[in-house]
Design a protein around this ligand. Structure first.
Ligand code: ZN
Length: 355
């Protein structure tokens, strides 16, 4: 659908909440409130929903071509194709996200920034800071990505695992965009689930090579959301924000040291945050073939990282949302394979948790 700023609010397509609007799939299968079911009221123990079925959220609108840009949005469609080809998922397992409403975006963003985006009125400075040319299609891609992560969060609360085949715009601040990110889909999704009283506390595990500075800033004074960012010290952002926990790593860290550090840190992070929901920002720019990140993990190392995160979530019966975020290997195929591996690891770990 072409971008039409006037249609942003109030047309039929956008009317209603996430619950009633847009996606047929959602209306059919996700109408019941699900949060309270996750905890056994009598014993207080938490359990994951039984009968897990894979659903992956994706919209063709995510894939906008950015001319000569290091960020290849087509990597998400390519990753999805790999899952279909490998029969990890069927076409029927793909869920279309509904378009978020203005008031949903404003759960994490200022009115003036939301307004600028919905009206397509970014200044040259706004674009320079975001490091992208914000055409109508680009803005629409970012808006739909927010809808995708919100739907993935709903799926996580219903089935234990929700995957957005895209998302992870962790450099978007409340009032501006940075580092290829315009809207912080993670922050909107967490706040939306809180607003609907499906969760109280959330944990964001951000293992992209770059610090989750936008997410950290948005939740800086919010004790209900724990932000954990493990990232490379000497790359963007130069001036780091303060997450609830930052772990900084040097260039060339490699598998062994990276995985050891993560293994040591995760139990404490879960203990301190006691989350009802985890959002895992699984940027693959930690890979040794990446053009922006320099942590130098092998593909097997990235895979182990992902398995570790999901195993830690599921052994505590905490639902997890996966967003894919960064990844800039030379050639879209290599990046797509890494993102597909992450989604595979998520699905496998979820199935394993079901026994
Ligand atoms: Zn990154």
């Amino acid at each position: 659908m072409p971008f039409n700023p006037k249609a942003s609010v109030g047309s039929d397509f956008f009317s209603g909440s996430f619950l009633t609007g847009g996606a047929k799939f959602y209306r059919r299968s996700l109408v019941k409130p699900i949060g309270p079911k996750l905890v056994d009221r009598r014993t207080g123990t938490r359990k994951l929903a039984a009968n897990f079925r894979v659903k992956i959220v994706f919209s063709k609108k995510y894939a906008v071509k950015l001319r000569a840009h290091v960020f290849r949005a087509d990597k998400f469609a390519a990753a999805l194709k790999l899952l279909l080809k490998g029969k990890i998922i069927k076409p029927a397992d793909i869920a279309q996200p509904p378009r978020p409403l203005r008031r949903d975006l404003e759960l994490a963003h200022t009115r003036s920034w939301t307004d600028k985006l919905l009206k397509g009125r970014l200044t040259t400075e706004n674009e320079a800071l975001a490091e992208l040319q914000a055409s109508k299609e680009v803005i629409e891609a970012h808006i739909m990505t927010v809808g995708g992560t919100v739907l993935a969060a709903r799926l996580a609360l219903e089935t234990g695992l929700g995957i957005n085949c895209g998302g992870g715009a962790h450099h978007a601040f409340a009032d501006h965009g940075e580092g290829f990110c315009l809207l912080n889909d993670i922050a909107v999704a967490v706040r939306k689930m809180q607003q609907e009283k499906k969760i109280k506390k959330a944990l964001i595990i951000d293992l992209d090579a770059h610090q989750g500075n936008g997410t950290a800033a948005i939740f800086k004074d919010d004790k209900s959301v724990f932000t954990f960012s493990m990232h490379q010290r000497d790359i963007y952002p130069q001036a780091k924000e303060r997450s609830s926990l930052d772990v900084e790593l040097g260039r060339g860290t490699g598998d062994r040291r990276y995985l050891k550090t993560l293994k040591e840190r995760l139990p404490g992070v879960f203990k301190r945050s006691a989350p009802d929901l985890v959002v895992y920002n699984a940027g693959v720019d930690v890979y040794r073939g990446d053009r922006l990140g320099g942590l130098k993990l092998t593909a097997a190392g990235v895979r182990k990282r992902d398995e570790m995160v999901f195993a830690e979530c599921f052994k505590r019966n905490i639902p997890a949302v996966l967003v894919l975020s960064g990844g800039y290997a030379a050639g879209v195929g290599a990046t797509a394979r890494l993102h597909a591996n992450t989604m595979k690891a998520a699905i496998e770990q979820r199935r394993k948790a079901e026994g």
